[in-house]
Design a protein around this ligand. Structure first.
Ligand code: WTA
Length: 632
């Protein structure tokens, strides 16, 4: 690719070496080919790169849009492609997973070993009556059994619903109940900063509120005594030592459009919703994006430092790397435990070549200074990545200069739980501008629109929309197809509404600004105002609550809550602490408000909607703007 000297602003060009070795060196060519024939190109990739038990008849079926279907009639199983097919190749003895515990425990699984564990656990689940289409809730820390559980479900056609191990009772309960899971898989506890997170206790409390679950399988990780409910709770190791844990276990033949997993995420209003992804399209999209954007090769050691309990982990810790036959690392604990160089120590010892993390982590580690990373040999790194929120140029430059030694391009990937895989992102050959996710992935067409649906001019802010279907797109909201249509496809008919605002500069580069709805990103974690508000009002002293996000230097945003107390309740500092802990207990520690302010009223529109814009202005001491719609 020729050096384009005409780009505006701060531009970082990739070296010729980087371009030469890239799996997909020519953005313009492939992008044009995909725009010309989207179904044709994806069909070609799906056929060349994956195994199908039976071919599909229609690559993309738009006849019932927005309920798009991909690879219609095709039969496959994502686990067949992620594990089984590697066993007859040299990759059988390649390391699939490197795992490091927070206490420096180490485990390594080759493809052979990982496949065997997955088969044995699949056999256990089958023997317990789990069948194709059944939902299974998984709630664990970052341990190999989390991945094994997900893969074991998918192998037998069960639909996993992973709940992030940092969530707590009510968040877990709501997700179990909505998915109607009969089986839950958890652990006794998880290590975090040297402390035990009591996962089993939280599960027990959640299950008191959700009686659908008949069986709980418990992995022993932290070893403290836990309650085991007779007739309901079973130890994972006990089951795996029974003859039912057979190592030969057939992989269920799945329709390309059969559900693979549910993942709950926060949206505009109300309860978290279950985003549904499928075996076929998700598989093709996730593996292809990973291959082109992070250029994964057999000699790489990939580290996606996210949590498997969020979409980033589903796509790029669990499925993507295994589909490519890559070696990936999973680390259990906190980035700065026991010292601020823990991550750099891991990167050096395991010889990480490609590292993918979030701006909040970069900013957090940047604060400890350059000396911590500088005492480690990070020279194996060749590409870096960022995801979860816009990366501020200062953090970008630090990441580039100190971690990447000035020669690792940074792939700033914009995407969502709903999109399944990267949507706006550089490829290694793309000239980079710090803070911009650059351009749409090949074949993806986006736009930035004003209130009336007209494209805005260069550098103007507007609604970010996607104009074309893509293979890994969510298929629906589980159990609520109307909400799927209403939430994503109604604001601008025929287009997918992302919920983000963005601007596009004169070079066509996209700069994502942030959410325009009631979603708050705290340390990159996606939380809904509604979930936190309902936790606050579930406390007997709170009559009404409104929550907003306010900017924070490290975490991106933090939670600011306004509460109206019930008559007679004293607004004390002690109550602030009680309410913060209550939110921590119901939703999870990440959802705890940093500030709680007691007020006598909340600004609402005449139709009763809380005017968060006004609250935000108040919290930040800014002008409150147009108040004409405020109720009397
Ligand atoms: C935000 C995470 C700017 C965005 C994969 C999106 C980003 C939301 C970026 C989805 C990025 C994600 N630059 N913003 N590179 N990546 N976002 O569902 O607001 O947890 O809508 O998926 O994160 O969050 P989710």
């Amino acid at each position: 690719m020729a050096r384009n000297g005409d780009l505006t602003g701060e531009v970082h060009y990739p070296s010729q070496d980087i371009i030469r070795q890239a799996n997909q060196p020519d953005y313009d060519r492939i992008n044009q080919a995909m725009i010309n024939d989207l179904a044709g190109e994806w069909g070609r990739i799906a056929k060349e790169e994956f195994e199908w038990f039976e071919p599909w008849q229609t690559t993309l079926d738009s006849s019932n849009a927005p309920f798009y279907k991909w690879f219609v009639g095709g039969k496959t199983n994502i686990v067949y492609n992620a594990l089984d097919r590697h066993l007859d190749t040299w990759r059988r003895n390649k390391v699939a997973l490197l795992w490091e515990g927070e206490n420096y425990d180490q485990r390594t699984y080759t493809y052979h070993q990982l496949h065997r564990e997955v088969c044995r656990f699949s056999s256990v689940l089958r023997a317990m009556g789990v069948r194709k289409g059944d939902r299974v809730t998984i709630y664990m820390g970052r341990i190999p059994e989390l991945m094994i559980s997900m893969l074991a479900c998918a192998k037998i056609g069960a639909v996993h619903s992973v709940v992030y191990g940092g969530f707590s009772v009510e968040a877990l309960h709501g997700r179990i109940e909505d998915s109607q899971s009969k089986v839950a898989i958890t652990a006794d506890g998880a290590w975090l900063r040297g402390n035990v997170v009591q996962l089993k206790d939280i599960m027990d409390e959640a299950l008191q509120r959700a009686p659908t679950v008949q069986t709980v399988i418990v992995v022993k990780r932290t070893g403290q005594p836990v309650h085991m409910e007779p007739g309901r709770d079973l130890w994972y190791t006990d089951l795996m030592n029974l003859p039912i844990a057979a190592a030969d276990c057939f992989t269920e033949v799945m329709d390309a459009e059969d559900p693979l997993f549910l993942l709950y995420t926060s949206g505009t209003t109300g309860k978290p919703k279950a985003i549904m992804h499928t075996h076929g399209g998700y598989m093709v999209g996730v593996a292809t994006t990973l291959k082109w954007v992070f250029d994964l090769k057999d000699e790489d050691t990939w580290w996606c430092a996210a949590d498997p309990g969020w979409i980033t982990g589903h796509s790029y810790i669990v499925y993507g790397p295994l589909l490519l036959g890559a070696t990936g690392l999973l680390y259990e604990g906190a980035p700065n435990h026991p010292f601020p160089d823990r991550w750099w120590d891991i990167a050096e010892r395991h010889g990480i070549t490609v590292l993918y993390t979030a701006p909040t982590a970069i900013r957090g580690l940047m604060r400890f200074g350059d000396a911590w990373p500088n005492r480690h040999d990070l020279s194996r790194l060749r590409l870096l990545g960022s995801v979860g929120e816009p990366i501020n140029p200062e953090a970008w430059r630090w990441y580039h200069r100190v971690i990447g030694n000035g020669n690792c391009p940074i792939m700033d990937t914009w995407w969502q739980t709903e999109t399944g895989h990267f949507m706006i992102t550089p490829l290694p050959s793309t000239p980079l501008k710090p803070g911009s996710a650059t351009k749409p992935f090949p074949g993806v067409q986006v736009d930035v629109l004003d209130e009336d649906g007209n494209p805005v001019g260069p550098n103007e802010e507007g609604y970010l929309v996607i104009k074309t279907p893509w293979p890994g797109m969510l298929r629906t909201i589980y159990g609520d197809p109307d909400r799927y249509v209403q939430q994503y496809w109604s604001r601008f008919p025929g287009m997918y509404m992302t919920g983000d605002s963005a601007r596009r500069d004169e070079d066509g580069y996209i700069w994502v600004i942030g959410r325009v709805d009631d979603v708050i990103k705290v340390s990159g974690y996606r939380l809904g105002t509604a979930e936190i508000e309902s936790a606050l009002v579930s406390h007997p002293s709170v009559a009404e609550a409104a929550v907003i996000g306010v900017p924070d230097e490290v975490r991106g945003s933090v939670i600011y809550a306004y509460c109206i107390l019930r008559a007679g309740v004293e607004p004390t500092q002690k109550l602030v602490e009680i309410l913060r802990d209550h939110v921590g207990h119901e939703v999870g520690p990440i959802a705890k408000p940093t500030t709680i302010e007691f007020v006598n009223s909340l600004p609402k529109t005449r139709s009763g909607k809380i005017m968060r814009r006004v609250l935000k202005a108040r919290a930040l001491g800014l002008p409150e703007g147009d108040l004409s719609t405020l109720e009397e």
